[in-house]
Design a protein around this ligand. Structure first.
Ligand SMILES: *[C@@H]1O[C@H](CO)[C@@H](O)[C@H](O)[C@H]1NC(C)=O
Ligand SMILES: [Zn+2]
Length: 485
């Protein structure tokens, strides 16, 4: 009885929060509101059983059932939405896990993981399902997870390429069958490119992602792949000419070193990649997957230094949307047998969590006008880092930076530009509020002069238990050390 009352409540909850995802959502025009995420109305299956999750692969229907059952069982911590559909009409599901799943928390970062962009790289897809499970079940017992979910909205897309996955085969480690979408496009070559014109026809999956990341200001992101063991960071592409013209030649050249293509935030990207590799059970050892495949020192690499590519997702996230994304190659075998999944989860669990917490590093704040109203799309540029970030409609911005002294230029149309100096420290983010003054006086009088603000002392938000970047709870560490010694 309690169960069926719960089920009814869950159903009412779904009805109340339904904002028209399935029926009104067309392929090219997802209608979800990023601030009030809708959930697809559908049967809440296996709600009595709860979201038990085995270490095995889940096809699209099984994954959909699992996601729905989690959102029914944990309505206060999760929200399920679809950003669009694949070529063959499968939903591109996103599960938000957060203390505020339905609403952006003003001033707090949104982060994401995208799995399975290559349909035959299947480990990330399953690990994201386990990450969901771990986050919702640890909220009440693990203070670090509680802190993370109270201060971050985590968007998890287990599969960006469900059509490719549908034809992929368990046990296939090296081939490319299932890698592409149903129209045979490589989705990680399908994004607009800063360095070279990308002539590939945009695919529905890519269009859905582009729309998604234009609506939500993601601060940090990881794209999960398989076939190697390395954290690879921007840039993937390079202004210099390619050595190889055909894919056969390219694969030959891949075994030789390419030149790195250094991003303005190279220090930050290296740091973020190291957070992943150092928290992974073995990535940082840099052992090559098999003889003849490359070794990566400390388990990280610049993307172009490994091999340059055009139309990748990580450069696009960074250069178009100020979202720092890296590519996580988490399994030497692209689609390993299911009995190995538990081990992959243990290898990656700590990395997956601690990487996301890095969104709380650096500086963040608000850009406002003289009346305290938010200034949307103000440009934020750190001196010496030639990449522009923009404020959200609430005037928010985030800039992940390592400890040091920085100056930023803040500018917006109709306002006098402003330069602000600030420091970033290790233990907590710097809050930086910037007031822009109108470029013209309302009475038509002379222009205001820029007002130089004194450097701001860093502001301390309430610290999480044992520091944001300190290790996870002891119980978790002991699990990891028990397994890997
Ligand atoms: C910064 O601005 C935000 C948004 O207006 C406000 O909520 C916050 O209190 C401000 N903080 C400081 C330290 O000025
Ligand atoms: Zn891949």
């Amino acid at each position: 009885m309690a169960g069926s009352a719960k089920a009814i409540l869950a159903r009412i909850f779904l009805l109340l929060t339904f904002l028209g995802a399935t029926r009104s959502q067309s392929l090219s025009n997802p209608t979800y509101n990023p601030d009030e995420v809708s959930t697809n109305l559908g049967e809440v299956e296996s709600r009595e059983n709860g979201p038990d999750l085995e270490f095995r692969y889940h096809d699209h229907d099984q994954m959909t059932r699992y996601l729905r059952s989690v959102s029914a069982k944990y309505p206060a911590l999760t929200a399920l939405y679809s950003v669009g559909k694949s070529v063959q009409g499968r939903d591109l599901w996103v599960m938000v896990v957060s203390a505020s799943p339905y609403e952006h928390m003003i001033g707090k970062p949104d982060v994401k993981y995208v799995g399975n962009i290559h349909g035959n790289e299947a480990v990330g897809r399953e690990l994201l399902l386990h990450l969901i499970q771990h986050l919702v079940t640890s909220y009440d017992t693990d203070p670090y997870i509680k802190w993370l979910l109270d201060n971050t909205r985590i968007h998890l897309m287990p599969s960006m390429n469900p059509d490719g996955f549908a034809i992929s085969k368990e046990g296939q480690c090296d081939n490319t069958y299932g890698r592409h979408n149903a129209r045979r496009y490589d989705l990680n070559r399908n994004f607009p490119d800063f360095f070279k014109a990308n002539t590939k026809q945009p695919q529905p999956e890519t269009e859905a992602i582009k729309e998604w990341i234009s609506k939500i200001q993601f601060v940090l992101s990881g794209s999960l792949h398989g076939g190697a063991l390395v954290a690879s960071y921007p840039f993937d592409n390079t202004p210099s000419a390619r050595i190889c013209r055909s894919s056969v030649l390219c694969s030959v050249f891949q075994s030789y070193a390419h030149s790195p293509s250094i991003a303005p935030d190279d220090d930050v990207f290296r740091h973020l990649s190291l957070v992943y590799s150092n928290n992974h059970a073995k990535m940082s050892r840099g052992v090559s997957c098999k003889s003849g495949s490359p070794r990566f020192e400390k388990g990280i690499t610049n993307g172009a230094a490994w091999y340059p590519l055009t139309g990748g997702m990580q450069d696009y996230n960074y250069l178009w949307h100020g979202c720092m994304e890296i590519t996580l190659e988490i399994s030497c075998c692209k689609y390993p047998p299911a009995h190995e999944l538990a081990k992959y989860w243990q290898d990656n669990k700590q990395s997956l969590i601690k990487y996301l917490a890095e969104a709380h590093r650096g500086a963040h704040g608000f850009v406002m006008d003289e009346n305290g109203n938010p200034v949307e799309r103000a440009s934020i540029k750190v001196k010496g880092r030639d990449v522009t970030y923009h404020t959200t409609k609430y005037g928010e911005f985030w800039r992940i930076l390592l400890p040091g002294t920085y100056r930023i230029d803040v500018s917006a149309e109709g306002y006098l530009p402003q330069e602000v100096e600030f420091i970033v420290i290790e233990s907590h983010p710097t809050l930086l509020n910037v007031t822009l003054h109108s470029a013209k006086r309302i009475d038509g009088g002379p222009y205001y002069r820029p007002v130089a603000l004194p450097p701001r002392a860093p502001y301390s938000p309430p610290a999480p238990p044992s520091g944001i970047f300190a290790s996870l709870t002891n119980s978790f560490n002991s699990i990891v050390s028990n397994i890997f010694g």
